[in-house]
Design a protein. Structure first.
Length: 714
């Protein structure tokens, strides 16, 4: 092998977050403080130091923040992200001879040894640092350096800041990196070099005063600001980071079929009807209104009620059978209204604090214009007919899948990208993507990157109920949020294991779960047999386990739980195949409970993130308990849910109080935000009792006693 530069002695490894060696990006949202950790060490016992370097992708210059030691050669730093889009980060580390010298000097002084020679060695190290400070000051006239405020150049340590990884020291300064010579320094006050030379002179004077000066924090900070990075080790990869807007992390979805928004059976709803439903949906606390495909529906092989192959003349068909003589993916079903009506809906939703999310289903009915104009985009059977979609034993005769291995694949990609861009032009910024796992990975990576470079605010939700590795890979490729297995995780063990994986492993750096207890395709046995208690408990679980969740709206409000057949997850008389006239005045709906839960989510910042989720022990397997906190733990939300939908369950919750910054020797109050009940608890173990037929859950806010007022709580 080629002889390496042996003067580069520092090792940097174990960087987190780093997704697949930097092949994929970690994800954060605007306003985050991005914590980065790494193992940093060198041979021998000498001290090392380092910095985290970061920049927006379009910037040439690096900014940096010093690394802070943790334990066992683990180091950490954090940087803020204030813009949407791509960032890059890496690390650099170097030997710290002054810190090594100061440590040895302290030991010699404690042992009563003569340190005259050691002080001379230190003086020379400080003089060398002064020379580097002179060099840094010489560059202070550059525009980039002039633009920095004195606050950025102040050597005093800043106040601690918070991130998802805990308390992090904020950057002491921001500085551009070098052009590759490993000598990037921090912006300098012109007096720093003189101050360093004065320190060197005091060290040469010897005596107790010199020792005190040598070991002073002031001198250590001043020397650390101007390290010798001639032989620094730069981490060999610049790691990518994608920064989304806040709704990527915290969102509340309501699914609605526009054609089912009238009160008259069989009458096709319109966008104007949807507008009239917006006050109700907004009142429930939802901020994303998700619409299944709104395009013309094919007539060839149109499905009838309950997915029947027999279709009557007035049967509307499945919205996912996209395309007819009226148009395809860029057209609107004529019975829903016009493009102007759709734009009016988008604007009206915004007035209610909501965004409209559209379904992107890249498939075509046999009547789609693509089938006539671009037959080369579809796979042919031996009899030269186009192959319809299948998922054996299921058959979808009304849908043609695209052939992504066609010779004309590039033209197909361009056309499908133009579909997304068309709806962006109409004001849509959120897309729920149907079955992305049935299309090539490379296509999605290309499409999402292309869209994000022009519209970084766009959110893509992956509806991929498939194998875990495939779901995770789609998230790595760029999907903003992802459906999960939540609908099929019912026991305490299943929920604990699954959500620990999603939030407390590297998965949490790139996979953002969006929890759906029900969808038009999923009616689980839990709802069929559990009735109202099941709907209550699953709503609380979805809304508190996940920062983002959604419901298949009106059926959830009405607790619709009639399966097509025993053991089937399909709804009887499914809205996918017929127009429904939902009873708007039915008593006993879940509307009030849903609104209360969503209000709690909006008011409690701890529930608006996933990274602080922690599970706590209970002595009853039918009770699950978990907390979420704000990063500084000023807000703690404890949720306890009875998973048994039939019987009252009671038991003891054992809280890990140390992880919540709650004093185990002081009483604390738990305030149930669902019922407004308040209880005073003592220590980690406390009793709970939940009747599923009354309310199957507590959503507690923990309140600590006020200083000097033990009977009052913050």
């Amino acid at each position: 092998m080629e002889r390496p530069d042996g003067r580069r002695r520092v090792v940097i490894e174990g960087v987190q977050p780093e997704i697949d060696g930097g092949r994929f990006a970690a994800k954060r949202v605007v306003g985050d403080l991005v914590a980065v950790e790494a193992d940093v060490f060198a041979d021998g016992h000498e001290a090392v130091a380092g910095a985290l370097l970061y920049r927006r992708e379009q910037d040439d210059a690096w900014s940096e923040v010093p690394l802070t030691p943790l334990v066992n050669d683990r180091w950490r730093a954090a940087f803020p992200v204030s813009d949407l889009g791509w960032y890059r980060y890496t690390l650099e580390a170097w030997m710290a001879p002054f810190a090594t010298w100061a440590s040895a000097l302290a030991k010699r002084v404690e042992a009563g040894q003569d340190v005259a020679v050691d002080l001379e060695i230190g003086a020379r190290l400080v003089e060398a640092t002064a020379a580097r400070a002179d060099g840094a000051a010489a560059g202070a006239a550059s525009p980039a350096r002039r633009a920095r405020s004195r606050a950025e150049r102040d050597p005093a340590p800043p106040a601690a800041r918070q991130s998802s990884a805990g308390t992090i020291d904020a950057p002491t300064a921001l500085a551009p990196g070098s052009a590759g010579n490993g000598r990037a320094g921090l912006a300098a006050d012109i007096s720093d070099a003189d101050a360093l030379r004065a320190h060197a002179a005091r060290l040469r004077q010897g005596g107790a005063v010199a020792v005190m000066d040598a070991l002073s924090p002031e001198l250590a900070a001043l020397v650390a600001r101007y390290p010798d990075r001639t032989h620094a080790t730069r981490y060999p990869r610049e790691l990518p980071l994608w920064v989304d807007r806040e709704r990527a992390r915290f969102s509340t979805w309501y699914e609605l079929f526009p054609r089912s928004t009238t009160d008259q059976p069989g009458v096709h709803g319109t966008f104007q009807d949807v507008v009239r439903r917006l006050p109700h949906i907004a009142g429930l606390g939802f901020d994303v209104l998700y619409l299944p495909p709104i395009h013309p529906i094919g007539r060839a092989y149109r499905k009838g009620p309950n997915n029947s192959l027999v279709c009557g003349p007035t049967d509307p068909g499945s919205p996912w059978a996209i395309g007819s003589e009226e148009g395809g993916h860029k057209a609107i079903h004529p019975q829903l209204g016009t493009l102007e009506d759709f734009r009016a809906l988008v604007a009206a939703a915004a007035d209610h604090g909501m965004e409209v999310a559209l379904d992107i289903a890249f498939q075509a009915s046999p009547d789609h214009p693509y089938a006539r104009e671009h037959p080369e985009w579809f796979r042919k059977r031996p009899d030269d007919t186009i192959q319809y979609a299948e998922n054996p034993p299921k058959k979808y005769q009304d849908i043609y899948p695209f052939d992504f291995e066609s010779e004309q694949w590039a033209a197909l990609w361009d056309e499908l990208r133009s579909v997304v861009e068309y709806w962006i032009a109409q004001g849509v910024r959120i897309f729920r993507v149907d079955n992305p796992h049935t299309k090539p990975f490379a296509f999605w990576e290309w499409l999402i990157d292309a869209v994000h470079r022009e519209y970084p605010e766009v959110i893509f939700l992956a509806e991929a109920f498939t194998r875990p590795k495939v779901m995770y890979y789609l998230a790595k490729l760029g999907f903003t949020q992802s459906y999960t297995y939540f609908a099929w995780r019912n026991t305490r063990y299943e929920l604990t294991e699954y959500f620990t994986e999603l939030t407390q492993t590297q998965v949490g750096d790139y996979f953002r779960p969006n929890l759906w207890p029900n969808t038009p395709d999923i009616l689980s046995e839990y709802f069929v047999s559990g009735g109202r208690p099941a709907f209550l408990s699953r709503l609380v679980l979805a809304a508190t386990l996940g920062a983002s969740y959604g419901i298949y709206g009106r059926p959830y409000e009405l607790m619709e739980n009639r399966p097509f057949a025993p053991g089937s997850e399909e709804y009887r008389d499914s809205e996918k195949y017929e127009i429904k006239a939902w009873d708007r005045d039915q008593p006993g709906t879940l509307a009030e409970f849903i609104a209360r839960v969503n209000r709690i989510r909006r008011e409690q910042a701890a529930l608006q993130r996933d990274d602080t989720l922690r599970f706590h022990a209970t002595d009853n397997d039918q009770l699950i308990a978990y907390t979420k906190t704000t990063p500084d733990r000023s807000e703690v939300i404890l949720t306890v849910v009875n998973l048994d939908v039939h019987w009252l369950q009671a038991g003891t919750v054992d809280l890990a109080l140390a992880t919540l910054d709650v004093d185990p020797d002081q009483p604390y109050q738990v305030h149930d935000l669902l019922t407004d009940a308040r209880y005073v608890w003592h220590g980690p173990r406390n009793y709970v009792e939940l009747d599923p037929h009354v309310c199957p859950a507590h959503v507690f806010r923990l309140r600590r006693p006020l200083a000097g007022q033990p009977d009052r709580y913050a």
